[in-house]
Design a protein around this ligand. Structure first.
Ligand SMILES: Cc1cc2nc3c(=O)[nH]c(=O)nc-3n(C[C@H](O)[C@H](O)[C@H](O)COP(=O)(O)OP(=O)(O)OC[C@H]3O[C@@H](n4cnc5c(N)ncnc54)[C@H](O)[C@@H]3O)c2cc1C
Length: 462
């Protein structure tokens, strides 16, 4: 029996894509930067089928790459182009879409790993609750992919990252064994927490099949402001002041004039606050039982950093302001393939990072442009270097070296993937990387799951 025929028997022939044309869209990532060839694209429909697929691949000694919504930005869900002599099976989780009933008592819900973020949020809202993590790729990103990358997004300030939303996880090991700990007691001190270990594991340890997710109280009334400030230091000062004034502050996003100009051109709308002066813009969202707009205006009125602001409380106007922030990634991609980096530094050093980035990039590519934006409260910047895609290694090395010298992280929320595996040691000590390697070996002794992602690439490039 060939591996292909075993896979067809497991998931049905219609869900084993062998034809190159049918596989193609899954073999390239959202940015277009990463692509590789798979042996087959396989779409299992439930945990048992995932177990059969993995056991068959392990038996045949064929690597497996896991993919959810394919919105990851670091190449973690795409076959390794350097391993084309040993193409992997590409396992898609998009048919794992079971969504259980919301428990009003525990405020939890069980979701298949392939459930899209927007579908989960709509399901939670229909039950009078909400999901704590939100991000611009909500219509495509899956909850499994979000756990695997420990996704953050626009509400980390209030609810934390994906890891904090996990009450239980079901996952399948490479040999087909199922680990299921979905409805564990709320308090549980019986040793290692495997669900949390899978947060940020990027498909290298196991395939997540179902998640038990915590939900949060729905916030019905919100107000949003886009605020012009002089620079990054003033943006940080504004956030500190607003945190003191507004207990319902749920988002604080930073962008800069060049990015907003690009987005406004892309959307065909005027640049907001174009005449306000200053280089930085902060988008804040505040939720309150009643009158969030008045509270937000009062708080902004007390802040010296505000040069000008535009506010919104109707859903349509809020969406318009959010669109200016959330369209950055799309507008950047439409302008050309950037070198895309996702970094964070200790909050006190954010202004220094922003000030030093142009020089760091300029030393390797003086002709490159820079578009930066990100999540202010976590000092998490998405750094996009434009017009330098042919100098990916040099530009990445320069930016990540600067970030490391400021005590920062080379991946704040997108993961390490294939893009940054060779720089892992800038953020993790040799002892930590040693422990991570041991954990990988315990889960996946033959290195069949997502080879080249996170640790393996790091090993290979040493
Ligand atoms: C426009 C845009 C905006 C974005 N904004 C944000 C943001 O604000 N914050 C943020 O954190 N990210 C953001 N992202 C990145 C991306 O949406 C997240 O990384 C998301 O978590 C990826 O989910 P996915 O289902 O698309 O995963 P994929 O891209 O399919 O996979 C990502 C990684 O997870 C692994 N994986 C996927 N599913 C599983 C599973 N079931 N079991 C084990 N491993 C698995 C893959 O192997 C891969 O390594 C953005 C992306 C885009 C395109």
């Amino acid at each position: 029996l060939t591996l292909e025929s075993v896979l067809q028997a497991a998931v049905g022939p219609a869900h084993v894509l062998l034809d190159a044309d049918l596989r193609a869209s899954y073999e390239t990532d959202w940015t277009g930067r990463f692509s590789g060839v798979s042996r087959a694209v396989v779409r299992p429909a439930g945990t048992e089928q995932v177990a059969q697929v993995l056991a068959a691949c392990a038996e045949a000694d064929v690597p497996v790459v896991v993919q959810g919504g394919n919105t990851g930005l670091v190449g973690g869900g795409i076959p390794d182009p350097d391993q084309s002599d040993r193409p992997p099976v590409l396992l898609l989780t998009t048919r794992l879409t079971e969504l259980g009933e919301v428990s009003p008592v525990s405020r939890q819900v069980t979701a298949g790993a392939g459930v899209r973020l927007a579908a989960l949020a709509a399901h939670a809202r229909a039950a009078g609750l909400d999901f704590g993590v939100d991000l611009a790729a909500r219509d495509s990103a899956t909850v499994g992919g979000m756990l695997a990358t420990n996704a953050g997004g626009i509400r980390v300030l209030r609810y934390g990252s994906m890891r904090e939303q996990i009450a239980g996880v079901e996952a399948v090991l490479i040999d087909g064994q199922i680990i299921s700990r979905l409805e564990a007691p709320v308090k549980d001190s019986t040793g290692y927490d495997i669900g949390h270990l899978l947060a940020g594991s990027e498909g290298t340890l196991a395939v997540v099949t179902r998640l038990r997710l915590r939900l949060v109280a729905a916030e019905h009334t919100r107000a949003v402001a886009l605020v012009a400030v002089r620079d990054t230091a003033d943006a940080a000062g504004l956030l500190a002041a607003l945190r003191g004034e507004l207990p319902g502050l749920c988002a604080a996003e930073i962008s800069f004039r060049p990015g907003l100009e690009l987005v406004a051109r892309y959307l065909g709308v005027p640049e907001p606050l174009a005449d306000a002066g200053g280089q930085a813009r902060v988008l804040v969202e505040h939720a309150a039982e009643t009158g969030p707009l008045d509270e937000l205006l009062t708080a902004l009125g007390k802040c010296d950093q505000v040069l000008d602001a535009t506010v919104a409380d109707s859903p349509a106007d809020r969406a318009r302001l959010w669109q200016l922030r959330e369209s950055h990634a799309e507008a950047i991609s439409a302008a050309g393939q950037p070198v895309k980096l996702d970094v964070s530094v200790p909050p006190d050093r954010l202004a220094e990072l922003v000030a030093r980035l142009p020089d760091a990039v300029g030393t390797v590519r003086p002709d490159a442009g820079l578009v930066i934006f990100g999540h202010l409260a976590e000092a998490n910047l998405h750094v996009n270097v434009m017009g330098a895609a042919d100098s990916f290694e040099e530009v990445s090395g320069a930016v990540l070296g600067l970030v490391a010298s400021l005590g920062g992280s080379i991946s704040s929320e997108h993961g390490v993937g294939r893009a940054k595996a060779r720089w892992l040691e800038l953020s993790r000590s040799p002892a930590e990387i040693g422990v991570m390697r041991s954990i990988k070996a315990a889960f996946d002794p033959r290195g069949l799951l997502n080879p080249g992602v996170l640790l393996n690439g790091h090993d290979r490039n040493r």
